[in-house]
Design a protein around this ligand. Structure first.
Ligand code: KIV
Length: 290
């Protein structure tokens, strides 16, 4: 069967059929290409990029220009996946017109299929306004890293009955506002399952258990390329940071020990040109014998 570009309709049909949706973050061309070849459904250019790629302490400093730069690289590497650009802190909170204009830039300047923004019912008006402008919006509730300091850190959300009910109502408010999918981060598995069963749009969980309609992980977490901290909900599928360190140390040793480059990495000059150059009288001192 020929593979088709993933659409929001196809993602909704997956939920209707009970087929899990796969999503991973991507920040550059090779990461996007690898995920696309692995047939991942959705690539999220998350503002987690600020931490795992740019080395910031949180996602708060990330700018629109940084996001767009990385979204463009991902777009070039993604042929089939549904691509989502994450709206950075303060690109949508202060003013609805600004939110619409910034959301539009992800589509116009970076070729994204949709945007994601953080917040529940308090963001419903903004989600409705961006949606009315013809832009697909993904919501993000539960732990919302841009407001981690307000939430008291990177903590599980929805643990009390009242908080669980609040999360459900947030999801329903986003759906009513037109959100086409919702990311639910760090919530108890039972709460996530209830929410997934009570909204029509797909709920994509991260640290929210197996009862969601799909799962998302940060690429650098699952590949073992980010060591500053490892959230409990992450499963490591590789240890690439260790592999990178090992490869770089071997390269350093080879260069220091004159084992690299070898003859197979060098370029030859033909003998006649070499002889002509040596006979030119312009080369003083010792010359290579090769
Ligand atoms: O920025 C990000 O990578 C995210 C995911 C954690 C869902 O928002």
């Amino acid at each position: 069967m020929t593979r088709k570009k993933m659409t929001i309709l196809a993602l909704h049909q997956k939920k209707a059929r009970g087929e899990p949706i796969t999503m991973v973050t991507a920040y550059d061309y090779p990461g996007a290409q690898a995920a696309d070849r692995a047939a991942i459904d959705c690539l999220l250019v998350g503002d987690s990029m600020g931490m795992v790629v740019l080395g910031y302490d949180s996602t708060v400093p990330v700018t629109m220009e940084e996001m767009l730069h990385h979204c463009r690289a991902v777009r070039r590497g993604a042929q089939y996946a549904y691509t989502i650009g994450d709206m950075p802190f303060m690109s949508y909170q202060a003013d609805r017109s600004e939110a619409i204009r910034n959301a539009g830039r992800f589509l116009k300047e970076a070729g994204m299929d949709a945007v994601k923004l953080e917040g529940g019912r308090e963001m419903a008006g903004t989600v409705a306004a961006i949606t009315a402008a013809g832009i697909a919006v993904i919501g993000h509730i539960g732990l919302t890293p841009q407001s981690a300091s307000k939430l008291g850190g990177y903590r599980v959300q929805g643990r009390t009955a009242a908080d669980a009910q609040r999360l459900l109502e947030d999801a329903q408010a986003l759906e009513a506002a037109g959100a086409v999918m919702i990311v639910l981060e760090m919530a108890p598995d039972r709460v996530a399952e209830v929410i997934s069963g009570r909204v029509r749009v797909p709920i994509i969980g991260i640290g929210a258990g197996p009862g969601c309609d799909g799962q998302v992980l940060v690429l650098h977490d699952l590949l073992g390329m980010f060591d500053r901290f490892i959230p409990r909900f992450v499963k490591r599928y590789a240890e690439l940071f260790g592999e990178m360190e090992r490869a770089l140390a071997s390269y350093r040793d080879d260069v220091a020990g004159r084992r690299f480059p070898g003859q197979e990495h060098a370029f030859a000059m033909d003998d006649a040109a070499w002889a002509e150059w040596m006979a030119s009288g312009k080369i003083e001192g010792p010359t290579p014998v090769r």
